[in-house]
Structures are given as structure tokens and as C-alpha cells.
Design a binder for this molecule. Sequence first.
Ligand code: NAD
Ligand code: LMR
Length: 328
Amino acid sequence: MKTPIRVCVTGAAGQIGYSLLFRLASGDCFGPNQPIILQLLDLPVGMKALEGVAMELEDCAFPLVHGMELTDDPFKGFNGVDAAFLVGARPRTKDMNRADLLTANGPIFTTQGKAINDRAASNTKILVVGNPCNTNAYIAMESAPDRPKSSFHAMTRLDENRAKAQLAKKLGVNVGDISNMSIWGNHSDTMFPDFFHAKVKGNPITALLDQEWAKGPFLKTVATRGKAIIEARGLSSAASAAGAALDHMKDWWQGTNGAWTSMAIASQGEYNIPEGLIFSFPVTVANGQVTVVKGLDHNSFAAEKIAATTAELVSERTTVQSILQAAN
Ligand code: NAD
Ligand code: LMR
């Protein structure tokens, strides 16, 4: 058995938390030989419910769980953490768009960024799930000036998984047959699910795919799936979001063996995306190092989509400057 690692989950008393924690505790993310100490953070109002979740975790008798700490103090929650899932934030309701969430949720991430800056382990991996996740990750990163920008990611894996599922259904293949399906840009309806570079059973998908379907209904379905789920369920996606968060962190921790996946990371200017923007790219991961897939060509359709999602992220970044200034 390895030395236990410390893993923080924020919003641990919420819906996503309830789907995430049990799989995390059973070894789905960090592997079957990696013990963990869970550091569960929620608001004071969530502590009672969190105690109930902790009782259930205890009752599962997971051998990998070597400790559990419950807190409403981010400076305790992030103390020494090797990895953290930043889920705690208000979800969008039927009448809200993601922009409304910026004002509601942005300030959470200045405080948490500062706590991460002061308390997390040196090579900590921070995955932001709470929406709007790209710009919340940007806020946390900017609030943690002593940490490398590469420590902060936002989640677009759910969008990638949704895209793969739609393509597999359309082509009558298994979802595992689809690869190189990457998301560019923001986790919002401006995202670009890049089907042009996707493969089915290792072969280019474009030869098999109805391009009009792909450019129209496919892109729309993937980009607006979150809204469709809210309308159907009356609640935001939870189990699929938790699954995608585990997929993302597992790939970051364990590597992708050369396979592509989508991660929203701080741009270093790749594909002319402004530096520092938390932008989703196709990446590979080895030894914890995330590398953007290089040399991809974009036709005018793709270039236009990427420009639109970039413009949205630049505008979100401008909007949150006041939140960052107010916190300093
Ligand atoms: P939820 O309301 O069920 O749970 C949120 C939890 O966060 C609650 O327990 C709440 O008390 C807690 N919380 C709020 N502010 C906090 C803070 N400052 N510190 C610690 N905890 C805090 O919501 P949910 O369904 O679990 O969704 C959580 C977030 O995830 C939402 O913002 C939602 O939009 C987002 N989400 C993102 C994706 C994605 O693909 N990136 C997918 C689905 C949901
Ligand atoms: C999702 O994509 O399911 C979430 O981001 C929820 C939302 O607000 O769309």
C-alpha cells in the first residue's frame, strides 16, 4: 500500500458530491492501491447533511479511506491536498444562463484560490467543476499567485463524453470505438466539439458521418445538453458530471497512454488562444504533464467556432476583473 494522499471535495454535501465520493473512495480515480484521506468542504448550512454523507461513507467500509475530515473552512479543507475537486457552487436553474452564475459563484473561487495558495501540497492538482467552470478556474488560479498555472484545470470531459455518446449512437457503434473527440474552448454553448478530427475504430470519422448532421443537430445537442437535462430532471446533471470529473482526474493522475482527451487548461498561446485563458484543448497526459496536441488544421467552420468560444472566454475574463480586484 502506498502512502495516503489527501483529496478535497468541495460542495461535498451536494448532488455531484453524492455521486462522486463513493466512487472516489472505492478507488475508481486514484487506483486500487492508493489510500486516500478525504477532506470534505461545504458551507456551514451544509454541514448537517455532510455528516450524513460521511456516515454513509463510513458504512461502506472502504479499505482505501484512511481518514475523513469535514469542514466549512477552506483553509482546513485544502490543507496539504494532493488533489481537489472544486464542485461547490450554485447550479444553474431553468431561468438562468451561465453568465448569471459568474456573479453568483465567482467570489467563492477567490477565497478558495487563496486557501489553495497557502495550504495545498506543492504539486497539487485542482479540477474546477462548479460553473462557469473555465472562468471560476481562472479566478482560483489568479488568486493563487505562488502556484503554477498548470495546477488549475476546468472540466470539459462531460462534453467530450456526451459527444462520443452521440456519435456512437448515430453510427451504430460502441462508444469505446470513438476516439480523438475533443472539445475546444468554454464549457458553455459556445464550445466547439471537434468531430473533424474524431476517429471511429481508429479511422477518420468524417468519411462516415453526415456532415450536415454533425455541423447542426450534433453540435447543438452536445452544447445544450446541460440545459436539456435541467429541463427534464428539474436539476442539473449530477451522476454524469461526477463520472466525468473522475475520468478527468484519473487521466491527469495516471496518464492517457497517448490517447487524446479534453481538458480546460491555462493556454500558453497554443493555436493563438490568449495566454492564461482557461481553454479546453485536446491533450495527452504522461507523468502528470499535460501536453496540448499540436499541428491540427482547422477549416473555416472550425476556426469560426473556436474564435467565438475564445471571444466568450475573453469577455468572461474581463467581467471578473472586478471580483478579483474586490478580493485583493
Ligand atoms: P448542489 O446545489 O446539489 O450542491 C452544491 C453544494 O455546494 C451544496 O452542498 C452547497 O452547500 C455547496 N457550496 C456552495 N457554495 C460553497 C462554498 N463556497 N464552499 C463549499 N461548498 C459550497 O449542486 P450540484 O448539482 O452538486 O452542482 C455543483 C456545481 O457543479 C454547479 O455549479 C453546477 O452548475 C456545476 N456543474 C458543472 C458541470 C460541468 O460539466 N462542468 C456539470 C454539472 C454541474
Ligand atoms: C451541464 O453541462 O450539465 C452543467 O454544466 C449544468 C449546466 O448548467 O448546463
